[in-house]
Design a protein around this ligand. Structure first.
Ligand SMILES: [Zn+2]
Length: 416
């Protein structure tokens, strides 16, 4: 066990313990009393169920995270990486193909090991709380479509990265970075029309008061929409959502059928006003640029650790290779990634407040956003009193209570 091995081991264990601490604090923060704002929205019974749901989910993710960590450590210390590498090398493929097989096999192993967890989560945990709508057929179909996508899209991309690092010397990181950036831009372009329809049905929202209200608001704020769709989210879960897809003039709105079923027209437009706020405030662009910059840094640092024999030794490898360097570097980089993720979520929570403010400022029925959030958190059994440390580590959105209080304060300011 050399320095690299020690750093990675300590990091893995420390990250696990930090998350465990956040979980424990979060459970202990669950208060038996309904927060004032929610009196009249949550009945005592629903509130108790939301806390049962929190406990069940926390326990589940704890067991899953412990299993993942144990699996990685056992595989690592039993020399699994080297055995797999030697086995694949036995076929005599070139580096690119061997690398795709090596990383592909590890990912496959990981998803097979995770299968019991996702089965339990869908058919036991979510089922018990009345959320699950996924049939075994849909579950199996999703699994195969996911694998197919990973094979069709993931392996050429991985092959390209390995090829650059194998052939193009000290500027490989720049080539890999450009390649992946172009690839992910293309992917965002084709995802709404090719990939998403593989998983869900998109039906144009029929003409009526809701459609008219959405178009009127979009026109008011000069936001071009090329389509409004209803998506069959109820195929998998009773939980509701809404999102946007596409670029430039091709922006599409997708509303979950489960969202439409439970909300008033005013609430739905307010939810969309929030989503449009993300575009208008350039949040989508900012996140995209930040993740591209991060990717550039990752590839540059990776190039410094390429074919590093000490890093390779830490995993008991007989031979160094571009592809195993890629994998081990990602493990070495994980503490940095952990910190970056926390920072990005901080930014994301600010963005959510800004989008809420945009909705209240531009839509006359903006206050309805707080009604929508109340209903959503009730029907999704959201945790109303998360611990601040847990929020700091895990929340991409501010706790719903904070959002509601701010929205209502801004709405009253606007009307006074
Ligand atoms: Zn948002």
């Amino acid at each position: 066990m050399n320095l690299y091995g020690t750093i990675i081991l300590v990091t893995l264990v420390t990250t696990f313990l930090i998350k465990l601490l956040a979980d424990v604090l979060n459970l202990r923060a669950a208060s038996p009393d309904i927060p004032d704002v929610f009196v009249g929205v949550y009945e005592q019974d629903a509130y108790r169920r939301s806390q049962d749901y929190l406990r069940a989910n926390t326990l589940f993710s704890l067991v899953e995270a412990s299993f993942d960590l144990a699996l990685l450590l056992v595989f690592w210390f039993a020399g699994g990486f080297n055995r797999l590498d030697q086995y694949i090398r036995g076929f005599g493929f070139d580096t690119v193909i061997a690398g795709v097989l090596f990383i592909g096999a590890l990912l496959l192993l990981q998803s097979v090991a995770g299968l019991p967890f996702s089965l339990y989560k869908t058919f036991v945990l979510e089922e018990r709380f009345g959320f699950n709508k996924t049939t075994p057929q849909v579950f199996v179909a999703d699994l195969f479509k996911g694998l197919l996508l990973a094979a069709v899209l993931g392996s050429p991309l991985l092959a390209l990265i390995i090829w650059f690092f194998d052939r193009s010397g000290s500027l490989a990181w720049l080539w890999a970075w450009s390649g992946v950036t172009i690839f992910s831009l293309l992917l965002q372009y084709v995802a709404p029309s090719v990939i998403m329809p593989m998983f869900n049905k998109f039906t144009p929202l029929e003409d009526g008061p809701l459609r008219q209200a959405i178009l009127r608001y979009a026109d008011d704020v000069r936001f071009p929409i090329s389509g409004i769709y209803v998506i069959d989210g109820s195929k998998r879960s009773a939980k509701a959502n809404a999102f946007f897809t596409g670029f430039g003039r091709h922006k599409r709105i997708a509303l979950f059928d489960t969202l439409i079923a439970n909300h008033t027209e005013e609430e739905l437009v307010a939810v969309l006003a929030h989503e449009i706020g993300h575009f208008k405030k350039r949040h989508i662009l900012v996140s995209m640029v930040l993740s591209m910059l991060n990717l550039g840094v990752v590839f540059f640092l990776l190039s410094l650790f390429m074919n590093n024999s000490r890093l390779s030794d830490a995993f008991y490898m007989q031979q160094v290779s571009v592809y195993s360097s890629l994998l081990f570097f990602m493990l070495l980089y994980s503490p940095v990634e952990f910190i970056l993720a926390v920072l990005l979520q901080m930014l994301s929570r600010r963005h959510e407040f800004q989008a809420d403010r945009f909705a209240v400022a531009t839509y006359p029925g903006g206050r309805a956003l707080s009604d929508a959030l109340k209903k959503l958190s009730k029907s999704n059994l959201s945790n109303l009193t998360p611990h601040p440390f847990y929020v700091f580590l895990n929340y991409s959105h501010p706790p719903v209570l904070q959002r509601i209080l701010r929205i209502e304060a801004e709405a009253s300011r606007k009307h006074s």
